[in-house]
Write a protein that binds this ligand. Structure first.
Ligand SMILES: [Zn+2]
Length: 327
């Protein structure tokens, strides 16, 4: 990649664009007709398609929005949907009004719109990237024989190398095998004026479970994707729309780079996401409890592919946000 970001020019350009930018007022352009379902406001998929100028087709349970660039597929009663081939979780299940499928207004505003149309995110400077290798020191994290803390650190170091070569200032919450509290990780990001926070982890579950998951903070008033009966409602942070675009781009690029097994992009309320004041993502790179994933995560070439995916995801987030605001 030979795209070199010139820090000062980028910062200046973004500031000027914010000042002179045209802010779209969605309601002034198009009138939605929200209806209640599951205790939330819902918008029909056909109206959303009209709003975007996309084609809409629907069977009894599946609704599809299509343009030359994008394909979104939703299934009645499900949270999981497909966004250009990637699996992403909605905050609320798909509902049905008569024959017409619908999604929650917040899923439209805080998830779909920012990914489809990055003018819906808050433009900001992207210069300092804080990478947070999970666990460390006395806290080994997941895994037996191969510890998560070491895998996380290896991937983080490689991601740092790639992001640095793109011109970013890259800092790591820990650069060796030391223990750090969760709050110390966010404090480090704030102290060093991080613009993005990327936490790297590996998972453990039953032996058959494997694959890549990307987590963003669940917006206020919603439950985590993995919530189950223990789900609590989260208070959110101020970065919902940016989290969605950053999470999607990183998730997509890691899967492209590794050609790995996709679980999905999900909402969670992990402490490091909750406390982050800047757009933040937590990546579960695989399961150390699964034989195949463990072998992959321990290998340098696979760590390298994940790291490259992370760097490309950050770059794509930056470029898409920048291009949207430049218009
Ligand atoms: Zn972990």
């Amino acid at each position: 990649m030979n795209i070199i970001f010139k820090k000062k020019i980028t910062v200046l350009a973004v500031i000027m664009l914010i000042i002179t930018g045209i802010i779209f007022n969605v309601s002034a352009v198009f009138k939605f007709n929200p209806k209640p379902a599951y205790g939330k406001r819902y918008l029909s998929l056909s109206q959303i398609a009209t709003y975007y100028g996309m084609q809409y087709s629907q069977g009894p349970t599946i609704g599809t929005l299509r343009s030359n660039y994008s394909l979104l597929t939703f299934t009645h009663k499900k949270k999981l949907f497909k966004f250009n081939g990637r699996k992403v979780n909605l905050l609320m299940p798909v509902a049905k009004f008569g024959t017409s499928l619908a999604i929650s207004e917040d899923d439209f505003k805080k998830l779909i719109d920012p990914i489809l149309r990055p003018i819906a995110v808050n433009a900001h400077k992207v210069y300092t990237i804080v990478i947070d290798p999970g666990h460390g020191g006395k806290d080994n994290g997941a895994g037996k024989g191969i510890y998560e803390k070491n895998v996380n650190l290896q991937i983080a170091r490689r991601a740092k190398k790639h992001l640095s070569s793109l011109g970013y200032r890259v800092l790591m919450t820990r650069s060796g095998d030391q223990y750090l509290s969760l709050s110390a990780r966010n404090a480090y990001c704030e102290r060093n004026k991080g613009d993005l926070f990327i936490s790297i982890h590996a998972n453990a579950a039953s032996a058959s479970v494997r694959g890549i998951e990307t987590f963003i903070l669940v917006p206020a008033g919603y439950k985590s994707s993995n919530g189950g009966s223990r789900a609590r409602y989260n208070t959110g942070n101020k970065c919902d729309n940016n989290n969605a675009l950053l999470g999607y781009e990183i998730h997509n690029e890691i899967l492209k780079s590794t050609n790995g097994i996709e679980r999905s992009m999900k909402h969670a309320q992990f402490a490091v996401l909750k406390k982050s004041k800047v757009p933040a993502v937590l990546i579960e790179t695989g399961f150390l409890s699964n034989y195949k994933d463990k072998k992959l995560l321990a290998s340098a070439w696979y760590q390298e592919k994940i790291a490259l995916g992370i760097a490309k995801g950050v770059l794509s987030y930056h470029q898409r946000m920048y291009k949207a605001w430049k218009k």
